[in-house]
Every structure is written in structure tokens, then in C-alpha cells.
Design a protein around this ligand. Structure first.
Ligand SMILES: [Zn+2]
Length: 251
């Protein structure tokens, strides 16, 4: 039995400390990402409440009769890290990955709901931070799985709108953000407002600054990178690069 008596919410700072002090005989080699599908974001307008988490534990333990569940739930409230099952024991979340991976359930139905904007984006940014932290803890060769990578499932989990390329980008960008905490001084050159659909040399410069593929076209990957950047810099995360975002980028 590895359900925690009470699911526990962490800040990033507290979780980092907690993970550093973890003692365990089970050594996972990867992380498997899931979406909750049901409940969807729309069904949980304020994320998971303590009562929701009690109900989830009841559901897995008594309704399904499982000995364990996923290790984490992630939502869009604050840092969104909710520890659900003990990290030192195998969970139950994906047949082929239970024995090797920690399992993360991201709130939302990403067959239908949008992971690239608003609450969906916040959930995935939180999940990417958590995945990165766990993978760093695992060390060299840590694997990132999606539930649908499991040949023993026919599920689309974590949702058809979520690609692994994009999740890896979110994970990698977090590392970049940590190492570039001091933006250069603004040069006060006026820049055009850029958004989805924009193209040209300014977009190339933007992509270069964000560390995404430079093709001069402002598509979904650039949009996601901008939203992530704005979120990290506590700007309005609308994916539109205006004066304040350019300034934060150092231009
Ligand atoms: Zn799943």
C-alpha cells in the first residue's frame, strides 16, 4: 500500500528539499506522463481541492481495489505539485511502466482541451518542471514516457493534442531559464508586435533569443515558448510579443 494518508501539495522549493532527502530501495529509471481526461479542466475550475484528492484516493483504493495509484497529480494552482503515492514504491498507472517509472497525472482532457494556452499551459508548465526535477534526480539516461507509448494500452493518454516534442521543449526550456536569470540591459530599439502567424527577420531574432528552432515563422512551438517565457517572467502570458516581452528578452 503506497497511498499517502493525505495527498500533499508542494511548492517547487519544498519539493526540491523533499526529493533530496528521499530514501528508497526502489530506483525508477523514468517518468510516465498521463492526463486525467476525466475530470477535465472544465470540471475542476479551481484545480483539485483536498476533498477531490480524498475522493480520488477512495476511487483507486476502494472502487478499483488497487494497492497504489499514480505518484503525482498536477494542476494549475500555484506550482501544482500534489504527491499522491509514496515515491519509494511502485505505483499503478501504466502496465508496462509501473515497475520502472514514476507516474504523473496532469489535470485536463487533452484530446479536447488546449495544452498550449491558459490553464492547460499552466498545468503542463508545472508538469514539465516536475518531470525535469524527477529526471534530474534519476540522472543520466532518465526516460520520458507517455502512457500511450505502452504497447499494452490503446489509450491516447496524455491526449492527442500533447506531443512529446513539445513536452521535451518545455522541460529543456526550464533548464535554459535557470541558467539565464540575468537578462541583458534593454537597448531601446522599437520592435514590432509579434504573434501567431507573424513571420520574417524579427521572428527569427525572437526564436534565436528563445532558443527554439529558427525558421522565421511564428507557429505553435514559438507560441508555446513565448507563453512559457512570459509565465516565467511574470508577464501576461498571452503569447503576444509586445514592448514588455521584448524588454524582458533584453531588446
Ligand atoms: Zn494514462
Amino acid at each position: 500500500m503506497s497511498f499517502l494518508p493525505t495527498a500533499r501539495r508542494f511548492t517547487r522549493e519544498d519539493f526540491t528539499t523533499y526529493l533530496a532527502g528521499l530514501e528508497s530501495n526502489w530506483h525508477p529509471s523514468g517518468v510516465t506522463m498521463h492526463h486525467t481526461a476525466s475530470p477535465s479542466l472544465a470540471q475542476r475550475p479551481n484545480g483539485f481541492s483536498p476533498q477531490h484528492l480524498i475522493n480520488l484516493k477512495d476511487f483507486y483504493q476502494h472502487e478499483k481495489g488497487w494497492s497504489s495509484g499514480p505518484h503525482f497529480f498536477v494542476d494549475d494552482q500555484g506550482d501544482g505539485i500534489i504527491l499522491f503515492c509514496a515515491l519509494g514504491a511502485k505505483g499503478v498507472h501504466a502496465v508496462s511502466f509501473n515497475s520502472t517509472d514514476w507516474g504523473i497525472e496532469v489535470l485536463g482532457d487533452y484530446d479536447e482541451e488546449d495544452p498550449l494556452t491558459g490553464r492547460g499551459m499552466k498545468c503542463w508548465q508545472n508538469a514539465a518542471w516536475l518531470a525535469r526535477t524527477l529526471m534530474t534526480h534519476i540522472g543520466e539516461g532518465a526516460k520520458l514516457h507517455f502512457h500511450r507509448d505502452d504497447p499494452k494500452t490503446s489509450k491516447t493518454c496524455p491526449g492527442t493534442k500533447v506531443t512529446k516534442e513539445w513536452v521535451r521543449l518545455l522541460i529543456d526550456m526550464g533548464e535554459t531559464m535557470h541558467t539565464h536569470s540575468d537578462p541583458p540591459m534593454p537597448a531601446h530599439i522599437p520592435r514590432p508586435v509579434l504573434q501567431k502567424g507573424s513571420s520574417g527577420p524579427d521572428v527569427r531574432e525572437l526564436q534565436n533569443l528563445l532558443g527554439v528552432k529558427v525558421d522565421g515563422n511564428f507557429g505553435p512551438i514559438t507560441h508555446a515558448a513565448v507563453v512559457e517565457f512570459q509565465f516565467r517572467h511574470k508577464l501576461l502570458a498571452d503569447g503576444i510579443v509586445g514592448r514588455k516581452t521584448w524588454a524582458a528578452l533584453g531588446l
